[in-house]
Write a protein that binds this ligand. Structure first.
Ligand code: PFF
Length: 457
């Protein structure tokens, strides 16, 4: 085993850098195109209340668990479990995280590639000169080469940032890109909520409809919270290993969760009022797939005064949000190859991105040449999406809280999050109680239910 001594490890250089990187991972396609639709279709304000409760009572404790595992071990997700629980099978949880990273990145990079195509279509003017947006998306996604080329471009951009390292790559880029993202979202939100008819959309979004809430809604809220916070696969264990020893981990976790949730809500304020103002398609009929962003929004932009500018800004910010997420997933695999197999960062980045791209090609081709190929009734894209987000992430989060609550134990955990007793907070003990008892039961229910309910997250 080629573990690198902690003194030589690259690390985040500033507190803002940690938040930018972790929030960059959390804020992604899940916030901008999934959250608004899932919320409006599942009871609006009622879903929001459930979602926020899960973020606070489950999401933050799991995030804190991951950060504390990584920072304590100073290693990648796999190596962290091996170091903290030697001679036990716990390292398999780390290994599950590496596999989940492969699965997520392969389909996520496909969608991320679409955002580049749409950005180029918006800039060239083609997008707003189209009449049939469903056909436009179908023409593009069933093409064999274009989606693949964009996916490779996206993987290449991801690899460049990861190759540059933690301080000079991930931290530097997210520190620039995250504020840009927030400003751009702010601009689009202001435009969207000032459109005629926007009030209807805002009402639809926030007024609680408790009749829409059932067991599946509860499970969806928890699943969406986990996916959105990037918890359950070791991304935050890996990032945690780069966090300085004096960082206040509970505060950082809360700030990241707050940023992620605010951006999810702002994304809804950006998308839903605009659809109410301009779209002829009813929100209830939209599917939580590519539909909203790639088929409905372009029509909204076309109908909107100044729409071309907003289309360019929107697809640019979608690509940026996706990029700051994909780098965090690739880093999970790169850190593993580097520290466990002794590769240089360059070699690890090339091997990880090329092998993930091979799986990614299969995901993308499931819209064209492999569209007839199904496993368990799903094409490869849907299978990777379903297996990773619904099953692997939730089981990952379950194993992580059980590990911290029952294996790492109270004193080690409190020692880590209090910076060896320097930070005193009653919240620390409460969080540990949640991690040990409440989170395993709550996540356990979703993890098992996820095996049976299709299309959960
Ligand atoms: N949190 C990202 C999103 O909401 O789009 C997706 C994601 C990134 C999930 C990284 C998991 C992960 F490790």
């Amino acid at each position: 085993m080629a573990n690198i001594p902690s003194g030589n490890r690259d690390s985040f250089g500033s507190k803002f850098g940690v938040i930018a990187a972790a929030a960059g991972s959390a804020v992604g396609l899940g916030n901008i195109w999934r959250f608004p639709l899932v919320t409006t279709q599942n009871g609006g304000g009622a879903f929001l209340i459930l979602y926020i409760s899960f973020i606070v009572f489950i999401g933050i404790p799991v995030m804190l668990s991951e950060f504390s595992i990584g920072r304590r071990a100073q290693l990648n997700a796999f190596g962290s479990f091996k170091k903290l629980a030697p001679k036990t099978p716990w390292y398999l949880v780390g290994f599950l995280g590496i596999l989940t990273a492969f699965a997520i990145l392969s389909f996520y990079s496909a969608v991320a590639g679409w955002t580049l195509e749409y950005l180029v279509q918006a800039i060239s003017g083609k997008l707003l000169h189209t009449d049939d947006y469903v056909k436009n998306f179908a023409d593009f996604s069933t093409d064999v080469y274009r989606p693949l080329i964009w996916q490779m471009v996206f993987m290449f951009l991801t690899a460049i940032v990861v190759y540059a390292g933690i301080k000079k790559g991930i931290e530097k880029f997210t520190k620039i890109l995250m504020p840009v993202l927030v400003i751009l979202i702010g601009v689009v939100v202001v435009r969207s909520v000032s459109l005629p008819g926007a009030a209807e959309g805002i009402k639809y979004l926030f007024v609680p409809d408790w009749s829409a809430v059932n067991f599946k809604t509860v499970l969806m809220a928890l699943g969406q919270a986990a996916f959105s916070l990037s918890i359950g696969m070791g991304t935050l264990i890996t990032y945690g290993s780069y966090i300085q020893k004096d960082n206040h981990l509970l505060r950082t976790s809360s700030q990241v969760a707050l940023a992620d949730t605010s951006i999810a809500i702002l994304s809804s304020l950006m998308v839903i009022p605009a659809i109410f103002a301009f779209s002829s398609v009813s929100i209830d009929q939209m599917s939580p797939g590519p539909g909203l962003v790639f088929e409905v929004l372009p029509a909204v932009f076309k109908a909107m005064p100044g729409g071309v500018i907003f289309a360019v800004v929107f697809f640019f910010l979608l690509a940026v949000a996706a990029l700051t997420s994909t780098i965090s997933v690739l880093e999970v695999v790169v850190a593993y190859l580097k520290e466990e197999l002794g590769m240089t960062r360059g070699k690890a980045t090339i091997i990880a991105s090329v092998s993930i791209s091979v799986l990614g090609v299969l995901a993308t081709l499931s819209f064209s040449s492999l569209s007839g190929f199904h496993i368990f009734g799903l094409n490869i894209f849907d299978l990777l999406n379903f297996a990773s987000a619904n099953i692997m992430l939730t089981f990952g989060a379950l194993f992580i809280v059980v590990f911290v609550g029952w294996k790492l134990g109270k004193s080690n955990f409190l020692d880590e999050i209090s910076n060896k007793g320097e930070i005193k907070s009653v919240l620390h003990k409460i969080v540990f109680f949640i991690i040990r008892y409440i989170a395993p039961v709550a996540i356990g229910i979703i993890a098992v239910a996820a095996l049976f309910i299709k299309g959960l997250t």
